[in-house]
Design a protein around this ligand. Structure first.
Ligand code: UDP
Length: 376
């Protein structure tokens, strides 16, 4: 075998695994279909601004060990994500907090806001909310659901809120303080210089082949490695034997504008149903940029078809059943480690990816205290 590990996918999961393996004396070949490393974290400089090519990535975690781990590879800035919602020209703060409630209803205290929500909310009797609409109505009531949740969610997922799983909305904090921080974790920031150099550092001890499709490569090089780490779509690995899992795709439209500030914030969500994009990102604000130009990206949700980029797993009941079948096949392949958003078909945040990759690497490499092996 030429390598200890063939790692399919140079995104965050593959890079963290490769760094751990190389650090323990294992040889890794990391391959990726795309012409660049970094997966969806990939950033590149455009008009002096680091552009998040595949949508906004803000690193956040509540775990000090994960934060410390990431900071080995880059210095992080003090960016805090405080997105705005634009509903037909009305601007609201996100996540739902006292600033949102004040703008929506004129309430000033947490008690007044709770009272307002209590008047508006409706919850199913004696059972948990069964879908996203029920969940939203029982959490924040009708006004917020209709202005800030319904249109955005239905655009993003291409489905009625009554047919979407409730857990999606549980990602969003609900607060009775004047705090616009979108995330609850203690640590948050963006690596100085963007994500691409950070991933490059993780991959420094491994060989990397770009523009290389896993299936074609594995077929042509059956002796490439003793074990495989696969971060592509799990159903694709098994040639969609039981049919395709569902995904949502995205299209990004990026423009350089000759103005120093287009929208005054990194992320503005368009929460009405009619605007065809879900959000506009103004990349310079991720880094407190000052240049005379700016770069903005509009994010359009798209249905996914085989061949398109899968971005979000659609974790509903039908797909959960199908996933269970693919997981059974995966369990019969101890030579392959599956991981990442696509390999696990799970809606992970970056810190969860890091944690999982480190845990799987530890298991595969024989634990932290085990002997390091060097290849001759
Ligand atoms: N969401 C919403 N309105 C917003 C932003 C988010 O209703 O303005 C809901 C929506 O259901 C969405 C979920 O929260 O699917 C998660 O959104 P987020 O922007 O966190 O997802 P990301 O694409 O960043 O992972």
């Amino acid at each position: 075998m030429a390598y200890d590990f063939l790692i399919a996918g140079a995104g965050l999961f593959g890079a963290v695994f490769a760094h751990a393996a190389a650090g323990r004396g294992r040889s890794c070949l990391v391959i990726d279909r795309r012409p660049h490393i970094g997966g969806n974290l990939y950033t590149e400089a455009v008009a002096g601004v680091n552009v998040h090519r595949y949508g906004a990535h803000i690193f956040h975690t509540d775990k000090k060990e994960i934060w410390d781990y990431m900071r080995q590879f880059a210095e992080f800035n003090h960016f805090i994500n405080a997105p705005l919602a634009n509903f037909r020209g009305e601007i609201y703060n996100l996540p739902f907090n006292m600033n949102t409630f004040n703008k929506m209803w004129g309430v000033k205290t947490p008690a007044e806001a709770r009272e307002m929500i209590a008047q508006q909310r409706t919850a199913p009797e004696n059972r948990a909310p069964r879908n996203l609409e029920e969940q939203a109505l029982s959490l924040v009531g009708r006004d917020i659901y209709e202005k800030l949740i319904k249109g955005y969610t239905e655009k993003q997922w291409g489905a009625d809120c009554r047919s979407l799983p409730a857990f999606i909305i549980r990602r969003l904090p609900l607060r009775f303080t004047y705090d616009n921080n979108y995330f609850n974790g203690r640590y948050q920031g963006i690596p100085l210089g963007g994500y691409t150099p950070l991933i490059a550092k993780m991959l420094a001890g491994s060989d990397v082949l770009l523009n290389t499709d896993y299936k074609a490569y594995a077929a042509a090089h059956p002796g490439a490695a003793a074990r495989t780490v696969y971060t592509g779509a799990i159903d694709e690995f098994f040639d969609r034997r039981y049919g395709p899992l569902a995904y949502r795709s995205l299209r990004f439209e990026t423009e350089i504008l000759s103005t120093d500030d287009y929208q005054g914030n990194a992320v503005v969500n368009y929460t009405d149903r009619e605007t065809p994009y879900t959000r506009i990102i103004e990349h310079k604000h991720f880094e407190f940029g000052r240049g005379e130009q700016t770069v903005v990206t509009r994010e359009y949700p798209l249905p996914w078809r085989p061949g398109a980029e899968p971005y979000y797993p659609v974790n509903d009941e039908t797909n959960a059943l199908l996933l269970a079948k693919y997981k059974k096949l995966a369990a019969g392949r101890p030579d392959v480690i599956f991981g990442g958003r696509l390999g696990d078909y799970a809606y992970y945040d970056m810190d969860q990816i890091v944690e999982k990759a480190l845990a799987l690497a530890r298991a595969a490499l024989g634990g932290e205290g085990g002997p390091a092996r060097r290849r001759d």
